[in-house]
Ligand binder design. Structure first.
Ligand code: MBD
Ligand code: FE
Length: 284
């Protein structure tokens, strides 16, 4: 079938009608966006000769995404989240901003309201017996290179099964396990103890994985830790680090891996750590 009607005045007028552009009221920005998306969809249906069976399979798919709350999972899987970051990077580059910790995507598993700690936090509650101790510390710097005291570092990550608290299908984790908000000390420093996470995998029976299968792609992320860094008068940074050595460290289904976000790991015995740190606290 080669019928082409998209460019006829009837169809073009119908698109304006269905997008509300032919009447007052409503939200102009919504109308503009819906008109464009609907036009692109109509054109795609014509160009690819999409059948009504294919179309209704797509409608059912969107309902499945909603039922399983996976819209926010498909989004990074299709690279949309990364695309927004690419756009922000380009905007920054145009303004001459090219230094600082790279941004990367938030992902769908942040939960607000984690316990707040000063300077140091233990993130895990000790219940994950497979856990290998992980310690990370650093300093929050402003754009001018000066440390920022009182900045907020929100940290969240998965357990050794790749599951996040609040989203753990096993129901094994307490709320806010491996989620903390750390306020930087007088020198702008933060530190935390937790356990090395495992990479995340899309629910194998879910709609995101089903589409990735059709694309011949996997739905796995390397082990990673998420951060929001905020301070009054400064732009928020959303970023992550990957755990070096994970086989997927440069093969992330969500495209969040970036140069500069795979820090070197140092393996240390307990004895060496006690000797290095003393027994008097996190910053001794
Ligand atoms: C995650 O843990 C994640 O960070 C992203 C981006 C997508 C799915 C799960
Ligand atoms: Fe994650």
């Amino acid at each position: 079938m080669t019928t082409r009607i998209f460019n006829t005045p009837e169809v073009q007028d119908f698109l304006r009608l269905a997008s509300g552009l032919k009447q007052d009221g409503g939200n102009p920005r919504t109308k503009e966006i819906i008109h464009r998306i609907l036009s692109d969809l109509f054109k795609t249906i014509e160009d690819l000769n999409i059948t009504s069976d294919e179309y209704w399979a797509g409608v059912a798919y969107i309902n499945q995404l909603g039922t399983r709350s996976e819209a926010g999972l498909l989004s990074p899987g299709l690279g949309l989240d990364r695309y927004f970051d690419m756009r922000m990077d380009a905007e920054d580059a145009a303004l001459g901003v090219t230094d600082g910790t790279p941004r990367t995507i938030e992902g769908p598993l942040y939960v607000a309201g984690a316990p707040v700690e000063q300077g140091f936090a233990r993130l895990d509650d000790g219940s994950d017996k497979q856990g290998h101790t992980l310690i990370m510390h650093g300093t929050v710097y402003a754009a001018d290179g000066k440390p920022v005291s009182g900045a907020t570092v929100e940290v969240w990550h998965a357990n050794t099964k790749g599951f996040y608290s609040h989203f753990d299908p096993t129901g094994e984790q307490q709320p806010f396990n491996m989620r903390r908000t750390i306020v930087t000390d007088a020198d702008g420093r933060y530190k935390f103890q937790s356990i090395v996470p495992m990479g995340y995998g899309c629910p194998p029976d879910g709609p995101t994985q089903a589409l990735l299968n059709q694309l011949g792609r996997h739905g796995n992320r390397p082990a990673h830790i998420h951060f929001f860094v905020t301070a009054d008068g400064h732009r928020k940074l959303t970023t992550q680090i990957n755990i070096d050595g994970d086989p997927l460290v440069y093969d992330d289904f969500a495209y969040a891996t970036r140069d500069g976000l795979v820090p070197p790991l140092v393996e240390q015995t307990d004895e060496a750590r006690i000797k290095e740190e003393g027994l008097t606290g996190p910053f001794s």
